[in-house]
Design a protein. Sequence first.
Length: 131
Amino acid sequence: PCDPYSPAVQVMATVSAPGGWCSTGYTLSADGGFPYFAPFALSNTPTVLWAGTSLPFPLTDYLVQESLQPSFPWITGTWGTLSAAGQTTASILVPPIPTLSGLTFYTSIVTVDVQAGLPRTISAAYPLTIP
């Protein structure tokens, strides 16, 4: 099994005001070429998978569910295969609604060991606050 909430994940985020794109760049050097899921979430309430392993977001969260969909042009890069260097970028378009300023949402990345059928790396939930 994976090391829950691995500190090996490097994150670089750019958060934009309403109407702009927020992007999160991930580097997981040891996980190059592995499938990943990097959703956005409105909550950082964990989902327990089994004893000692949990995801740092609820699977029922609206943004997590939207992140699973391949057809939403306002959420990109939230699933796929990491580059050979273990890098990817996930982005979300913040709607042009001024009252969203100050809202905090979250992002995280999970890589999967397909042969074992288990998560390989799970990052902590990283907060992103809209300016």
